[in-house]
Design a protein around this ligand. Structure first.
Ligand SMILES: [Zn+2]
Ligand SMILES: [Zn+2]
Length: 238
């Protein structure tokens, strides 16, 4: 089993020690993890950068790939070469509040703009992210599916993937993106999927990954992608 979205104390919103993350993963039988700390190139107070050299050395000390959750607003100048990372989740955490269908729409338009400008990543993180912050966790309306389809087609065309983020399972019983969006990705020929818990505490590593993997299988996805030096696909087990 894998978990490709974990935050350690390199992130501003986690105190998890890498030793504890590794121990927790081992205890849960998760043999393939990547720590992906926040690196936020955005305007204002949420901007956050860590020392990449120190980060790289630390991950290598623990024999872990060097992963990152690269947050970008699509506007702020990027002065970092992301090729130094083995695994890049491209995320956008910027959206208008309250999270309504109108702000979902703007969020998707921003994602499209980001994808048109930026190529140094492997998977797009938690595609319907603002849903986590909406009243009653309202799903994205079907009216927004044409733009979601455009985003997914661009991802597939550019040889990128999407991450299935299980953090929202506890909140409303669906991952980000939702099962309906995952079905759309499948129908468009999308195959490149990574899966991650978005754990900010060591005890949460691997949460709901097995469960969501089984549901992915029911949706017709037979493989999850893992990084084994090169990208590889592993069959979702029974
Ligand atoms: Zn995120
Ligand atoms: Zn995250």
């Amino acid at each position: 089993m894998m978990d490709y979205h974990i935050h350690s104390d390199f992130s501003p919103d986690s105190n998890a020690k890498i030793e504890d993350i590794i121990k927790s993963a081992k205890e849960k039988g998760i043999d393939n993890i990547i720590i992906t700390d926040h690196y936020e190139v955005v305007k204002g107070e949420h901007s956050f950068k860590f020392d990449i050299e120190e980060y790289r050395r630390t991950m290598e000390k623990y024999c872990l790939p060097v992963g990152v959750e690269f947050g970008w607003d699509g506007e702020t100048e990027i002065d970092t070469d992301l090729k130094i990372f083995d695994f890049v989740i491209l995320s956008c955490h910027v959206f208008d509040r309250p999270a309504t269908q109108e702000s979902y729409k703007k969020y998707l338009e921003r994602l499209l703009l980001i994808l048109e400008k930026f190529d140094s990543f492997h998977v797009l993180g938690h595609l319907d992210f603002p849903r986590r912050y909406s009243e009653n966790f309202t799903p994205f309306s079907k009216d927004l599916y044409p733009i979601i389809e455009e985003i997914l087609k661009l991802i597939i065309k550019n040889g990128k993937g999407i991450e299935v983020n299980t953090d929202s399972m506890l909140k409303y019983g669906e991952p980000n993106p939702s099962y309906d969006i995952l079905k759309l990705y499948k129908s468009l020929g999308g195959e490149f999927i990574t899966i991650g818990s978005d754990a900010h505490e060591a005890k949460d590593v691997g949460n709901n990954i097995e469960k969501v993997s089984q549901i992915l299988k029911e949706l017709g996805f037979n493989y999850i992608s893992i990084l084994n030096g090169e990208w590889d696909m592993i069959k979702i087990s029974c």
